[in-house]
Write a protein that binds this ligand. Structure first.
Ligand SMILES: [Zn+2]
Length: 253
């Protein structure tokens, strides 16, 4: 690896000096909360035999939304039982402290918002909103979750009877918030990439749009070419950022 390694103390100093921060988060951020990495060996796909090709394919959904809703019932039930990780909360505190920070996430679990982060761009969507596939009518995510709990039926639109689909980005659909994500990255003088192996586009292309230095904290390999101002810590996120926060508090930052 030709990346410059980085320790929590150095990362804290860069955060303290940053004027505008962009954060990109992936599945590795939420695994310590208990959200399985869908692509990982212990993912829901494997343990519960969900086939991503079927569950998240829009043409399959339009023919038969059953498999997606079977997955979603399990996923939403799991989300009710988990909490944001210390790293989710750390990022929310940076924003609450008045720092200029925005988060682009590949995760559909809504844990950043639950932790209190307000400027969040979920590029793969999430379950907080939903729409009718036929007439486009909005459906609130909480209402949808309540309906999924109350009935085993596929939820249909109250206006036209069409199938309701949460605003989770499927294969074959455009990602969301991409212009916002790109301008956040370009305007940043520090970008953190947390728990993403950068294997999936367009998230993978965001670090190359970064306006300044990039710090990648991830367990395992990352698909990112080495370059000037790119730092890598192969570390557990919660342990790493516990130390970063200690440094920030100690330094009055
Ligand atoms: Zn409708």
């Amino acid at each position: 690896m030709d990346f410059s390694p980085i320790a929590p103390m150095e990362c804290a100093a860069k955060i303290r000096n940053a004027k505008k921060m962009a954060v990109l988060t992936g599945a590795g951020l939420s695994t310590s909360a208990g959200v399985p990495d869908f692509r990982g060996p212990r993912g829901l796909y494997v343990t519960r035999a969900y086939d991503p090709e079927t569950v998240f394919a829009i043409d399959h959904f339009d023919r038969d939304p059953g498999p997606f809703y079977a997955f979603s019932r399990d996923f939403l039930a799991m989300l009710e039982k988990i909490s944001p990780t210390p790293t989710h909360r750390f990022l929310a505190r940076l924003e609450a402290d008045g720092r200029d920070i925005g988060i682009v996430t590949q995760n559909i679990d809504g844990l950043h918002q639950l932790a209190g982060s307000r400027r969040v761009y979920p590029i793969h969507g999430d379950y907080r909103t939903a729409h009718c596939r036929r007439c486009g009518k909005d459906c609130d995510g909480d209402e949808l979750a309540a309906r999924l709990k109350a009935s085993a039926e596929v939820p249909v639109c109250s206006a036209c009877g069409g199938t309701i689909k949460p605003d989770v980005v499927f294969f074959g659909e455009n990602v969301r918030n991409l212009p916002e994500a790109l301008s956040l990255a370009a305007a940043s003088d520090l970008m953190l990439v947390l728990g993403s192996s950068l294997a999936v586009y367009p998230a993978a292309s965001l670090p190359s749009s970064a306006g300044g230095e990039v710090i990648v904290v991830n367990r395992g390999p990352v698909a990112l070419g080495p370059g000037r101002g790119i730092y890598l810590a192969d570390a557990g996120l919660d342990e790493f950022f516990a130390e970063v926060e200690e440094q920030l508090m100690g330094g009055g930052g």
